[in-house]
Design a protein around this ligand. Structure first.
Ligand SMILES: C[S@@+](CC[C@H](N)C(=O)[O-])C[C@H]1O[C@@H](n2cnc3c(N)ncnc32)[C@H](O)[C@@H]1O
Length: 272
């Protein structure tokens, strides 16, 4: 079964290729024009290295609120919604594809009313000021940006350097199931990753995971069982569950739900 999903007004085309049971998953994206220059315009939304965040939390966010991290934020719908829903936290969204993160940062800035892409390139502030491609980054203030920052890179590498007990919650939403034999260790819910999450999370901190993929979900439950996490909540049909009321849908979640897939979710508490 093939699903073709077009989005972002001709800027990008995302192609989802799903096998019958949704196990195999590929995402391709056309390289964006001026991707690097666009991302550098957004640099006040970006943190270069997550490891520097806990020590500099006040400097980065202007407060000392607990830190929540999303791994693989895609275009950032979840982190935007979550940061709005629970404001007394700081949020860091990590995404390994720079072009995807560019869209996430631009969507975040425009949703906050901080301007939009200019017709001929660059960023236009609501007061009319234009920040051209290749020029200075947009002068967003800390107050305008609020409680979300972004980071580009592979979370598997980036999170290794975070200090122990420095994070409140880790979110993984609709990650790649890595279904091929021999790729199990790449799954973001593999015990190796759970051990790293446990180390950087505070005691009592949460790991929250959503997927449409039932085999991946069942695998993840097994891994949680082997880990220092205690399963606090699970559902195989999130949208019919009590948690739906507070659930923030991700972009993939909306797509899969429209196609009739049920959404699995687990919340696990760090009991190290
Ligand atoms: C299937 S998409 C889901 C996007 C979003 N979470 C959602 O639910 O709509 C998975 C995203 O995670 C990113 N990703 C996968 N592995 C990652 C890693 N190790 N570090 C950072 N981002 C990663 C991919 O580039 C992709 O954008």
């Amino acid at each position: 079964m093939y699903h073709f999903h077009k989005s972002c007004a001709n800027i990008i085309v995302v192609i989802l290729i799903l096998t019958k049971n949704g196990e195999k998953f590929n995402m391709r994206m056309k390289k964006k024009r001026h991707g690097g220059e666009r991302l550098s315009l957004m640099s006040s939304l970006i943190v270069s290295d997550p490891a520097i965040v806990p020590e500099n939390i006040e400097k980065i966010y202007g407060n000392n609120n607990p830190l929540r991290i999303e791994i693989g934020c895609g275009k950032g719908d979840f982190i935007r919604g979550k940061a709005e829903q629970e404001k007394d936290y700081n949020y860091l969204a990590i995404e390994k594809i720079a072009d995807v993160l560019t869209i996430a940062t631009e969507k975040y800035a425009s949703t906050k009313g901080l301007g939009s892409l200019a017709p001929n390139g660059g960023w236009q502030r609501p007061d009319g000021r234009l920040f051209p491609l290749g020029g200075d980054s947009v002068d967003f203030t800390m107050e305008e940006i609020g409680n979300v920052r972004f980071c580009v890179g592979d979370a598997a590498e980036l999170l290794k350097d975070l200090p122990d007990n420095s994070v409140d919650t880790i979110y993984v939403n609709f990650c790649d199931p890595w279904s091929k034999k021999g790729h199990t260790k790449r799954r973001l819910t593999y015990i190796g990753f759970l051990n790293m999450y446990s180390r950087i999370l505070k005691k009592g901190g949460k790991f929250c995971f959503k997927t449409d993929n039932r085999p991946l979900f069942d695998f993840s439950l097994e891994q949680v069982e082997l880990s220092k996490f205690e399963l606090e909540y699970k559902t195989n049909d999130l949208h019919a569950s009590q948690m739906n009321e507070v659930n923030i849908q991700t972009e993939y979640e909306r797509n899969f739900t429209e196609k009739g897939f049920k959404i699995n979710m687990l919340i696990a508490r760090n009991e190290k």
